[in-house]
Each structure stands twice: as C-alpha cells, then as structure tokens.
Design a protein around this ligand. Structure first.
Ligand code: PDD
Length: 281
C-alpha cells in the first residue's frame, strides 16, 4: 500500500515519523476518517472543515499541504485502487529536539501530516446493518473537549474491549446519567417516529455523518429532537442507532441486555441508512 507522509507518497514500509513526534509522545495530534464508496469520497468538505476547527482549537498549525488535501485523498484512493474503504488522515504538532510539555516554537517545528487508506470491500452492505448491534453502557471518563477529534483514543479502545468481553459490539458512554456517545460514533434513540440525539456541545464529537443524517431526516419530514437522554430512556426506546463515517447509520437492537422492540433493526434506522447511502452515492 502507498501512504502519504509530509509531501511524499511512499510504500508503507518506507514511511517514517520521528520518535520525538508529539503525537507519539503525548497524543498531540488530530485526525479525520473519510469513507470511500464506489471510489467516491463521502462528506469530504465536512471532514476538512472539522479538521481545520480541531487544529484551531489546539493552536496547531495547518500543514503546508492543507489546500492540497482533496487532491492527496484522491491520489491515495487511485493508487491503492480503493473502491470501498476509508482514508485516514492525521496531523500532529510535529517533533521537537527533546520531549517537553510546552509546545515547540511553530517557527522551528512543522506539523506532521500522514494519510493512508484502508480497503473495506462491501462496506455499504455490512451484515451488521441487517442484524443490528448490541451495546453496553460504561462511564464516560474522557477529557472535557470531546468536540476536538484528537488521537487520545485509549479509553474508547478500552470501551470497545469491555463491549467485546461482554459479547457486544460497542459501548455507549454515560456522564451524569446521560448518554454522551459511542466509542467512535454518535448515539440516537427513536420514540414513536421521533429521532432523539444529544445536542452539540464540548461533550461530544460533532459528527459529520450526524449533520448529514439529521439534515436528510428533516428533509424527509421526520421529527428530530436534539437533547440528551438517559440510558434507562434508551432501553425503553422503540429503536436506537449510531452514526459515523465508517458505519454510516447502524441499528442498535440491544442495550445492556435489554432488547429494543422486536430485537431487529427498526424502521426509522433502516430508512435513514437507505437515505444516507442513496444521497451519498
Ligand atoms: N470516529 N463520536 C466519536 C467519539 C467518534 O470517534 C466518531 C468518529 C464519531 C462520528 O463522527 P463522524 O460521523 O464524523 O465519523 C462520533 C471515527 C470514524 C473513527 O475514530 O474511526
């Protein structure tokens, strides 16, 4: 596979980043994941806008190639012959001569830019979408700026492992009794025909898929309410689902062992998935 590092397209085993890179030492990096369907990048503009916001919020410089990012995405999709899959992008604050908690001088240290692809044949017809996911709930002990898409992903990874150990697919995180989001996705419940999802704040990532799905839902005259909900309310809901760039809309059929509805993907989630995939392709 060919990857991109700081201006160069290289075979993956020749690509190098410094051991002093602050993303390696301090998780001082931000990232984006853009999916590819039928060779086409999905929601690229939204991901680029959020990347710029993440960089601003952390006082991180834009990489020199910022204006070429669309071109770099397309080139990687082309050379790696990606039909269905994703493009992963990471920007870090770069590496200074020594490890130091203070940020390096931006005139001396340039950001690191890395991109690579992952092929995922048949991404849009994942069997999980027909079966639905099972989730557990765990306490949300992440830091308070979850709106910034940083590479500090240890707790979400641990959450995913807790879910697997419980025979489930993912974990929904709870803070002050309310669901924040999934380990790598936004969380929704459906009551009657109303779609309920937590309002935007620093408590959750502002999902690019979330924005698109809520727009399509409103255009289709579906009712949307942006507010937080408890895990007990979720367990009693008619349906639940998640959204993310890599899963699109994915139904949830079980929460902490409680079956939702008939235990199969709900009407609203299924319809939203169809609309999202139709509109994106
Ligand atoms: N994760 N919330 C969290 C904590 C996430 O990590 C993600 C995305 C989302 C959904 O955002 P979007 O719709 O923009 O993908 C919500 C990506 C896919 C990942 O880490 O692989």
């Amino acid at each position: 596979r060919t990857v991109y590092v700081n201006g160069e397209y290289l075979p993956e085993n020749e690509a190098k980043v410094s051991v002093f890179d602050r993303a390696f030492l301090m998780a001082d990096g931000v990232y984006e994941v853009t999916s590819v369907l039928g060779g086409k990048l999905i929601d690229f503009d939204g991901h680029l806008a959020r990347l710029e916001r993440s960089l601003n919020e952390l006082d991180m410089q834009k990489p020199e190639a910022f204006d070429d990012l669309l071109e770099i995405h397309r080139e990687l999709v082309r050379v790696n012959e990606i039909t269905d899959g994703l493009v992963y992008l990471q920007v870090t604050r770069g590496g200074a001569a020594d490890r130091d908690f203070a940020f390096p001088d931006p005139d001396e240290v340039k950001p690191t830019l890395v991109l690579f692809t992952q092929a995922k044949p048949g991404l849009a017809d994942s069997p999980a979408a027909k079966k639905g996911m099972k989730v557990i709930s765990i306490e949300d002990i992440r830091w308070g700026r979850r709106d910034i898409k940083t590479t500090q992903l240890l707790y979400p990874s641990m959450g995913k492992m807790m879910a697997k150990k419980a025979g489930c697919d993912d974990a929904w995180m709870i803070e002050d009794g309310k669901v924040t989001e999934g380990t790598s996705n936004n969380a929704y419940i459906v009551k009657g025909n109303k779609i309920i999802t937590r309002e935007l704040s620093t408590d959750i990532l502002h999902g690019i898929t979330r924005a698109a799905v809520l727009r399509f839902a409103r255009e289709a005259q579906m009712e949307v309410e942006e507010r937080s909900f408890t895990i007990d309310e979720a367990k009693e809901a008619d349906e639940a689902f998640i959204t993310s760039a890599s899963t699109f809309v994915m139904p949830v059929v079980e929460i902490d062992g409680a079956t939702l509805g008939e235990g199969v993907p709900g009407k609203v989630a299924t319809r939203l998935r169809e609309i999202y995939l139709d509109e994106s392709l």
